[in-house]
Design a protein around this ligand. Structure first.
Ligand code: MG
Length: 248
C-alpha cells in the first residue's frame, strides 16, 4: 500500500532530508586518499546526531555501519571498514536519516583525488539519470514512466542499469511501497499522486548490469568487477511537480 503524506509530513521528511544533505556535503569534503571508510562513517554519525537525527541504516536488518560506503566495483551496501581510499577510486556514500518519526534516504558517488575520464563519465551519467527520473515523477504519470526514462538514458550511454536492486517509497519507515525499478516498459505500475514520497536511486555499472553479494552478506558488487555508481534523492510528488526533499 502506498501511503500519501500530508504537507506537514512532507515538511518533516524535508527536515530529515536537510540533515542528510548537510551530512553528504560534509562527507564530500573528507573524501581523499588515505581516509578509511570507517572514518567517513563516524563523521556521518556525528553530523546526524548533532542535528538530532538518527542514522537510519544503523542496525537495519542487522547492518553494522551508520552509512553505506561502497568503493569502486561495490554497487551498494558496502560496510565501513579500515580500508583506505586511494587516488583514482570512486566511492558511493549512501545515507539514511530518521528525524522524529520520518525518514529520508540519499546517496552520491564521488571521485577520490584524480579519477579517469571513464569514471567521470559514469558519475555524470548516473547523476543525470537520477534527475531524468525525478523529472518524470509527476502526478498522473505511471511509476514505470520514470523507470523507463532512466534505463533509456543509461543504456544510450552504453552503461548497465542494475535490475536486482530498486528504489522505494519512504516515510515513517526507510523502505515502503512502491518498489521503483530503474528499468522497464513505460506506462505500468501505480499512477503517481500528490503526497507520494519516492526514493529514486539509479545504480549504474560501467559494464554488465549483473551483480552479486560478497561473503560478508552485505556488499553488492558488479559481477565483472567494473565500476558502479549510485545517486539517490528522496522526492515528493506534488501538484506543482516533483520536489527534492534531500536538498540543503
Ligand atoms: Mg534507498
Amino acid at each position: 500500500m502506498i501511503v500519501l503524506r500530508s504537507k506537514d509530513e512532507i515538511g518533516q521528511i524535508r527536515k530529515a532530508g536537510s540533515i542528510l544533505a548537510l551530512t553528504l556535503e560534509k562527507l564530500k569534503r573528507h573524501v581523499k586518499p588515505g581516509v578509511e571508510t570507517k572514518e567517513l562513517d563516524e563523521i556521518a554519525r556525528d553530523e546526524i546526531i548533532k542535528r538530532n537525527g538518527y542514522p537510519a541504516f544503523k542496525g537495519y536488518n542487522g547492518f553494522p555501519g551508520n552509512i553505506c560506503v561502497s568503493v569502486n566495483e561495490c554497487v551498494v551496501h558496502g560496510i565501513p571498514s579500515d580500508r583506505k581510499l586511494r587516488d583514482g577510486d570512486i566511492v558511493s556514500l549512501d545515507v539514511g536519516v530518521k528525524f522524529r518519526d520520518y525518514c529520508a534516504d540519499g546517496a552520491i558517488t564521488v571521485g577520490v583525488g584524480k579519477i579517469n575520464d571513464a569514471a567521470v563519465k559514469l558519475l555524470e551519467v548516473t547523476e543525470k539519470a537520477l534527475y531524468i527520473g525525478i523529472e518524470k515523477a509527476r502526478a498522473g504519470k505511471r511509476l514505470t514512466d520514470l523507470s523507463h526514462a532512466i534505463q533509456e538514458y543509461v543504456e544510450s550511454n552504453s552503461f548497465g542499469v542494475v535490475r536486482s536492486l530498486v528504489g522505494h517509497g519512504i516515510g515513517t519507515k526507510i523502505h515502503e511501497d512502491p518498489e521503483i525499478p530503474n528499468f522497464g516498459k513505460p506506462g505500468m505500475g501505480p499512477v503517481l499522486e500528490p503526497g507520494m514520497i519516492l526514493a529514486i536511486e539509479p545504480m549504474v555499472n560501467a559494464g554488465t548490469y549483473e551483480v552479486e553479494t560478497l561473503d560478508d552478506g552485505w556488499s553488492v558488487v558488479t559481477k565483472d568487477r567494473r565500476l558502479s555508481a549510485h545517486f539517490e534523492h528522496t522526492i515528493a510528488v506534488t501538484a506543482e511537480g516533483p520536489q527534492i526533499l534531500t536538498a540543503k
